[in-house]
Design a protein around this ligand. Structure first.
Ligand SMILES: CC(C)(COP(=O)(O)OP(=O)(O)OC[C@H]1O[C@@H](n2cnc3c(N)ncnc32)[C@H](O)[C@@H]1OP(=O)(O)O)[C@@H](O)C(=O)NCCC(=O)NCCS
Length: 142
């Protein structure tokens, strides 16, 4: 298993995984990838990209804005591995925020497992009139 910063060659893998999961328009993926305050990481298994995360870093806060595992690899522990790597890299010194659809039980369960707490609801946050839950993991949790 390998967790590393994404490079240009990874963008097609990210786009493919995104197209079956989070479903951002490709233009948003490209834009985020190039943004200065944004960082993208991939999780590889046997040199195959099985998941990715896009996050924004500002001072001591991290905002996870896109997080997905290839549908062919769901429920095999990769989401947990990816989150573990993110926490190892950032959680000592950063608060980590995530917004997630209120109906996305898979992701909410995963984040709960890693001690993210719900802090607020954003009404009609998504353009299909679905609420978002904002979750936080305070820094320094072992
Ligand atoms: C959410 C997601 C990243 C989970 O990845 P994964 O590799 O399947 O997760 P894991 O196998 O590590 O599972 C970890 C925990 O997540 C929860 N979980 C994962 N899939 C679930 C499902 N379909 N239903 C309910 N809980 C689920 C469980 O608590 C699970 O622990 P358990 O296996 O001990 O019950 C994956 O489903 C995904 O890519 N979804 C689409 C994209 C997405 O929703 N991203 C989040 C946007 S904020």
């Amino acid at each position: 298993m390998n967790f590393r910063l994404a490079v240009n060659n990874d963008i097609n893998h990210i786009i493919k995984i995104n197209s079956h999961t989070v479903k951002w328009p490709n233009s948003m993926i490209y834009k985020e990838f190039k943004l200065n305050l944004s960082k993208s990481f991939v999780l590889e298994n046997n040199n195959q990209v099985v998941g990715y995360v896009m996050l924004r870093k500002a001072d001591s806060e991290i905002d996870i804005i896109n997080f997905a595992i290839d549908v062919d690899f769901h429920r095999m522990g990769y989401g947990s591995l990816l989150m573990n790597e993110i926490l190892k890299t950032f959680n000592k010194s950063h608060k980590i925020f995530i917004e997630v659809s209120i109906n996305n039980l898979a992701a909410r369960n995963l984040y709960n497992k890693f001690e993210f707490k719900d802090i607020s609801i954003r009404k009609n946050y998504y353009n299909y009139n679905e609420d978002a839950v904002v979750m936080i993991r305070e820094n320094g949790i072992a």
